[in-house]
Design a protein around this ligand. Structure first.
Ligand code: FES
Length: 65
């Protein structure tokens, strides 16, 4: 699913970026360019970052929320 229309960044790319070490919207923005244009996707990017971080920290709960 495309999250950032301006930069054509999908959710898989954002998740992969977090798994590679990004831990904030700012990190994802710097790495992928997502949320660097109009900023409308910033809320979605933030939610994806948080979801992916909690999946990484609590893999047993990843499918429960
Ligand atoms: S939709 Fe992501 S910066 Fe515009």
């Amino acid at each position: 699913m495309i999250v950032c229309i301006c930069n054509n960044i999908n959710s898989s790319t954002i998740k992969a970026t977090v798994k590679q070490g990004a831990c904030s919207v700012e990190d994802v923005k710097n790495t992928t360019g997502a949320a660097s244009c109009c900023g409308k996707c910033q809320f979605k990017v933030n939610a994806l970052v948080n979801d992916t971080l909690s999946e990484l920290n609590h893999p047993q709960h990843a499918t429960q929320s």
